[in-house]
Design a protein. Structure first.
Length: 65
């Protein structure tokens, strides 16, 4: 009886470790977007016909009183 219980616990632990390992691999393989690089307030395109164009300037509008 205790063998079956331990077997289930070991199996659950192995599944949790596998899932955690896969999540860590996916998380570490993604590429970060460089925002505020080179003093811009947005993302600068690096390839294509719009190369050098800055997308989505981050600008806060002043609040009027």
């Amino acid at each position: 009886m205790t063998r079956e219980r331990l077997k289930d616990l070991i199996l659950q632990n192995n599944l949790l470790k596998d899932r955690t390992n896969k999540n860590n691999i996916l998380f570490s393989s993604r590429k970060e977007v460089e925002i505020n690089g080179n003093g811009t307030s947005g993302y600068t395109l690096k390839n294509g016909s719009n190369k050098g164009k800055v997308l989505k300037h981050l600008k806060l509008e002043p609040k009027s009183i």
